[in-house]
Design a protein around this ligand. Structure first.
Ligand SMILES: NC(=O)c1ccc[n+]([C@@H]2O[C@H](COP(=O)([O-])OP(=O)(O)OC[C@H]3O[C@@H](n4cnc5c(N)ncnc54)[C@H](O)[C@@H]3O)[C@@H](O)[C@H]2O)c1
Length: 354
């Protein structure tokens, strides 16, 4: 199978590329613009493999994408390229509209032109996998409800609205033009190679620097945490075995409040890397002004992908979090340049909220 992974230098895309390229039967082409979030260092362990290739490019450039699809004889497009940070979407939504909506539209058009040129057996095999988020479903009450594939869309932020729009476009390209599209909507990912402005790496790295650990509001917002390698395995299944026209929810069976995530990181670090003088990392927790439009709770029902594609979460939240902390402790070569040059951990969230 020949895969085109868009956004393969990002957090989840790099996990997908590392996973796919380990299989010698796959060829993997990674198309990424290398925005602030893209990092080729995340691909160091595969970048000399003969079945992996990086191409720097923009998904909005549909003629370049079409040339690439033809030249590489792509069987499966896994579309992860996006502007992905909610707080950045509040400060500057334009890039989210451009990449997430217009970029997905252009990619779908290039894929459709290419797909129509394919011989019948290759058309049958072809998939366009659009990778999306549970944030398109909006806000759940603290004490009830769970997102299924049938939950109506109700996005709250410019980020989730742009992802909802791109989901609708992907579905429309299936319904209207017959392009074999599959979708997946996942919960919050965490794990190695996560950009240091996101909550879990931010807290780990600020703690190691003895800096404040910012928590929004009173820390009561709930997210369902999914280990990134479990997610990459699910994405491979959806892309290769998902039924065209279907969508699949992917969650980690790990609902936690933001405060409990931060406290758990503090407790693990107390054991692994004790502070001087017997101080505890929890003492660094600082509550900051809440994010505008902050959804209270996300919870995801993964039973469809479990039942139909045989996927199961393998990594519990406690195991995954300990593994992630160990990874950051051992891999300063990856995050130190980012903290020094691109994101120093000085703020959480939107400029308005901090
Ligand atoms: N991280 C999560 O918890 C999460 C949860 C649900 C869904 N998602 C979705 O999964 C996908 C990947 O998320 P992530 O966290 O890895 O994102 P990320 O921000 O880490 O990576 C995005 C990648 O896309 C690239 N990119 C951005 N604009 C581009 C363009 N115009 N052309 C080509 N490449 C471009 C960036 O350079 C970067 O490498 C996104 O579509 C996101 O919406 C993420």
């Amino acid at each position: 199978m020949n895969f085109l992974v868009t956004g393969g230098a990002g957090f989840i895309g790099s996990a997908v590329c590392r996973r796919l390229a380990r299989n010698p039967d796959h060829r993997v082409v990674n198309l990424d613009k290398l925005t602030y979030a893209g990092n080729l260092a995340s691909l160091r362990e595969i970048d000399n493999l003969s079945n992996y290739r990086f191409v720097r490019g923009d998904i909005c450039d549909d003629s370049a994408v079409l040339d690439l699809l033809r030249a590489e004889k792509i069987d499966i497009v896994m579309h992860l390229a996006a502007e992905s940070h909610v707080d950045r979407s509040i400060d500057g939504p334009a890039a989210f509209i451009e990449t997430n909506i217009v970029g997905t539209f252009r990619l779908l058009n290039a894929a459709l032109t290419y797909w129509r040129e394919l011989p019948a057996d290759a058309r049958e095999r072809f998939r366009f996998h659009h990778v999306s988020t549970d944030e398109v479903f909006g806000d759940l009450p603290f004490d009830s409800g769970i997102f299924t594939e049938e939950t109506p869309y109700a996005p709250s932020s410019p980020y989730s609205a742009s992802k909802a729009a791109s989901d609708h476009l992907a579905r429309a390209w299936h319904e209207t033009y017959g392009l074999p599209v599959v979708l997946s909507n996942c919960s919050n990912n965490y794990g190695p190679y996560h950009f240091p402005e996101k909550l879990i790496p931010l807290v780990i790295l600020n703690a190691l620097d003895e800096r404040p650990l910012p928590v929004y509001g009173n820390g009561a917002n709930v997210r369902d945490w999914l280990y990134v390698e479990d997610h990459a395995r699910a994405l491979e299944l959806v892309a290769t075995r998902g039924v065209a026209g279907e969508s699949y929810n992917i969650g980690g069976h790990a609902e936690r409040t933001n405060l409990s995530v931060v406290e758990t990181i503090c407790d693990i670090l107390d054991a692994k890397r004790p502070r001087r003088g017997g101080a505890r990392y929890r003492d660094l927790i600082t509550f900051v002004t809440d994010r505008p439009g902050h959804d209270r709770r996300y919870a995801i029902d993964s039973s469809k992908i479990e039942r139909e594609l045989g996927w199961q979460r393998e990594v519990t939240f406690e195991t995954g979090l300990a593994r992630t902390i160990d990874w950051y402790l051992d891999n300063g070569w990856w995050w130190q340049p980012i903290r020094a040059e691109r994101y120093a951990g000085e703020r959480l969230g939107s400029k308005g909220a901090a």
